[in-house]
Design a protein around this ligand. Structure first.
Ligand code: NI
Length: 209
């Protein structure tokens, strides 16, 4: 198998595993309408973080209090999955701007790096400019990134192999997480969603919230 196919399969397998976890959590929530089950789900994804944005400013989850966030974890050197997902995100934001302007204004799209060694703030700034002007990029020390990955239940692992230029790949789970204004889990969307479906899902979830 080529490296790309292997990478795609690995990412697909990781995605399925993470989706199953979310599904079990969601089914648990549906099957038991008590608030304890809801607390389990909302407590499972998301939590406090302290990171650095693409302009070098320190940001915590509290800086986004009161605003729903759409969060995607990835890395700027990603050859295919991340740029595709961010294209979809940018397209969805443009649709949302016209179809649900209040939701668009409220929503803060956030890209969090799983590769802080290479994703410095200037690298993040240049990269995110390709996708959408509203996107905030967050990076940090390896310890800060490990902590935020833990609270959002993100899998990411650097591959040992490097090419002749010292470039390496990072396998990572690939979802859009929608968090409410209190940084509690509202919904997730697969990275293979269409911009239109993502925009509709966001509008619907934000209208209910
Ligand atoms: Ni990626």
């Amino acid at each position: 198998m080529s490296r790309n196919i292997k990478a795609s399969l690995t990412i697909a397998a990781l995605g399925i595993a993470a989706l199953l976890t979310l599904l079990v959590l969601e089914l648990g929530q549906r099957g038991a309408p008590d608030s304890a089950a809801e607390t389990r789900l909302t407590a499972a994804i998301g939590g406090p973080f302290t990171l650095t944005d693409q302009n070098g400013a320190r940001k915590t989850d509290q800086d986004f209090a009161g605003r729903p966030m759409l969060i995607y974890f990835g890395f700027t050197y990603c050859p295919d999955v991340c740029p595709t997902a961010l294209d979809i995100l940018g397209g969805a934001l443009e649709i949302l701007r016209d179809s649900a302007p209040d939701a668009y204004q409220a929503l803060q799209p956030v890209f969090i790096s799983v590769d802080p060694t290479r994703d410095t703030p200037p690298v993040m700034r240049d990269y995110l400019a390709y996708f959408h002007p509203r996107l905030i990029g967050l990076t940090g020390t390896q310890a800060e990134i490990d902590a935020v990955k833990r609270v959002y239940k993100i899998y990411a692992a650097r591959r040992p192999q490097e090419d002749e230029n010292g470039n390496y790949n990072v396998d990572h789970s690939s979802f859009f997480y929608l968090m409410d204004g209190d940084n509690r889990y509202l919904a997730h969307f697969d990275h293979a969603v269409t911009p239109k479906t993502l925009a509709q899902g966001l509008a619907q979830k934000l209208a209910q919230n």
